[in-house]
Design a protein around this ligand. Structure first.
Ligand code: KMH
Ligand code: ZN
Length: 277
């Protein structure tokens, strides 16, 4: 039997701007409001990036703290901070929100071409991130942009830097990463250890296709402006919640239940991770 569907919403990201979609949540207050709308629409996890007042990506823990505090005033959605930040940020910069002890953080287990740039994650970085997450009792979501990154995660597991059950996010369709095809998705799902959980994030128009595939395959789905700003071709999404609602609707059509935040904590084994900010 399939677990209920966990919907993660990636609200803001580091690359999208207000010029791309004027409905992008940028300030901590806007981010908290958007997170709450998505929670009401069925999201149980929020993947969090924050911005400076002028809209630039930042990993400043004070800004994360404000955004997380405001979200937690409104709802109990699982908080997952980004340690990817933006391309070119230093390791120390990227790690800042982990010191706040959120329940989850992302852990990219390899480098990948990222458009015209390189998202750099050599072995020394990965091990350091994993060690800090272990020390601060933050559950990693392993970000897989290429299939070899699964193997890199298994190497961390062997070294004792990760603990099973592992939770993966397959990031598909980044220019430079694995293309978002059904064949590739099946290959990824068959390449992770039994007992692992997985979610999938498709870039652009692939968001809807891979989310639907996840609903049918027993995986979980990530949607939101970080990965896709359109509702349909040429039509900008009105809100992150609109994208969450659509995936929740598709899940209901297929009789796949939607997990609440406490149910997501159970599925992910997060008990004991939660810290109020
Ligand atoms: N912004 C990308 C360079 C993550 O959040 O961990 C990396 C990223 C992944 O967004
Ligand atoms: Zn991200």
């Amino acid at each position: 039997m399939m677990e209920k569907l966990m919907i993660t919403v990636a609200l803001t990201g580091a690359e999208v701007s207000l010029a791309d979609n004027p409905n992008l949540p940028v300030t901590p207050e806007e981010i908290a409001r958007a997170a709450y709308e998505c929670y009401q629409a069925g999201a149980s996890i929020v993947h969090l990036h924050v911005r400076t007042p002028d809209g630039a990506p930042t990993q400043d823990s004070a800004v994360f703290k404000e955004a997380i505090g405001r979200i937690q005033e409104k709802c109990d959605i699982v908080i997952q901070v980004s340690t990817g930040g933006a391309v070119g940020m230093s390791v120390d910069e990227r790690l800042q929100p982990v010191y706040l002890r959120p329940e989850m953080a992302t852990l990219s287990t390899g480098s990948v071409n990222f458009g015209d740039e390189v998202f750099l994650n050599p072995p020394t970085y990965i091990e350091h991130f994993a060690r800090v997450m272990q020390e601060y009792r933050v559950k990693p979501e392993i970000e897989v942009f290429e299939v070899g990154m699964i193997n890199n995660a298994l190497r961390l597991l062997k070294k004792g830097l990760l603990k099973e059950p592992l939770h993966f996010d397959f990031v598909m369709g980044v220019p430079g990463g694995i293309p978002a095809t059904m064949k590739n998705l099946l290959h990824l799902t068959e390449s992770i250890p039994p007992g692992s959980t997985w979610t999938v994030a498709g870039m652009g128009r692939a968001q809807l296709f891979v989310a639907t595939a996840a609903i049918l395959l027993g995986g979980h789905a990530r949607v939101g402006f970080e990965d896709n700003i359109y509702y349909e071709k040429g039509v900008p999404a009105e809100s992150n919640a609109q994208l969450v609602e659509r995936v929740a609707h598709i899940a209901r059509i297929h009789s796949r239940g939607i997990s609440t935040a406490p149910e997501a904590r159970r599925i992910l084994g997060l008990d004991g991770y939660r810290a109020k900010m």
